[in-house]
Design a protein around this ligand. Structure first.
Ligand SMILES: Cc1ncc(C[n+]2csc(CCOP(=O)(O)OP(=O)(O)O)c2C)c(N)n1
Length: 254
């Protein structure tokens, strides 16, 4: 997927991966690209800083559902609202896996993990619905075992001018292995009327992250053209190219 972006003319040095902390976030160690390892729950806001520092960059966040839908949820909402041109990939295994399994905002009610040995009493929320109401301009869901489909979603997300959000269902084989269940239930959604919020909501509501029986649509649910935050804020300015003539030694001495 990255090589296909490079083939299309994107410079490798202009792609940046930003991770949080978790199993998901190890990905930046496996891919030979510029990367930044941020704190748990903080990759979205770190990515926003990188994008504003150099708007020429393609900035891609790789993070877990725990870090992003729990600790970092406010950053996700505000990034979507302001439509900053970054891509957020959520490796959604529906638990805090690196810390050997606690329930997250998208674990089903009754989820048994270290923090809820008797089963969680909370119902999950639907992150796609949350993104729609937060005004995200690109909303999709992919599946880790449908690689060609997922590759297309990620590429479309990166090429989308504005905030792109892709929730990727990725079974956790140690603590929440939904592979067999997902295999039966996942289907590709019709990607029509993509600029209609009403239609998007209808499709998004087909699965609420709670039901273990209903079918699960994957694909692009919503896509809208809207001006991106960094364009509105910076115009043509690229802060990384400013000649700031900073004397670091003098500043440190002061
Ligand atoms: C502020 C903060 N809180 C908690 C932790 C401990 N911690 C490290 S990884 C992790 C779980 C990560 O879960 P998730 O974001 O879902 O990613 P996964 O490991 O499932 O890919 C937690 C709770 C931390 N490092 N920093």
């Amino acid at each position: 997927m990255i090589s296909s972006l490079i083939k299309d003319g994107v410079k490798k040095e202009n792609i940046v991966l930003v991770s949080g902390i978790g199993c998901s976030s190890k990905i930046i160690d496996y891919i030979n690209l510029n990367s930044f390892s941020s704190l748990h729950g903080r990759p979205v806001v770190s990515a926003e800083g990188i994008k504003l520092g150099n708007p020429d960059l393609k900035v891609i966040v790789c993070a877990g559902d725990g870090g992003t839908y729990n600790e970092g949820i406010s950053h996700l909402i505000h990034a979507a609202k302001r439509n900053i041109d970054i891509t957020v990939l959520i490796h959604n295994n529906r638990n805090f896996a690196l810390t050997t399994s606690q329930f997250t905002a998208v674990s089903p009610k009754g989820f048994k993990g270290r923090s809820t040995p008797e089963g969680s009493v909370e119902e999950p929320f639907n992150p796609l619905e949350l993104m729609l109401s937060s005004n995200a301009s690109f909303i999709a869901r992919g599946y880790a075992f449908k690689l060609n489909h997922l590759g297309r979603l990620i590429k479309e997300g990166i090429n989308h001018k504005g905030f792109s959000f892709i929730d990727i269902l990725q079974p956790c084989i140690s603590f929440f292995d939904e592979t067999d269940s997902y295999k039966e239930r996942i289907y590709e959604v019709e990607e029509d009327n993509l600029d209609s919020k009403k239609q998007a909501l209808k499709k998004i509501e087909k699965w609420d992250y709670e039901s273990e029986k209903s079918k699960i649509p994957i694909g692009i649910f919503y896509k809208e053209k809207r001006s991106a935050y960094e364009e509105a804020l910076l115009g043509k300015l690229n802060p990384s190219k400013r000649n700031r003539k900073i004397n670091l030694k003098k500043i440190i001495k002061e």
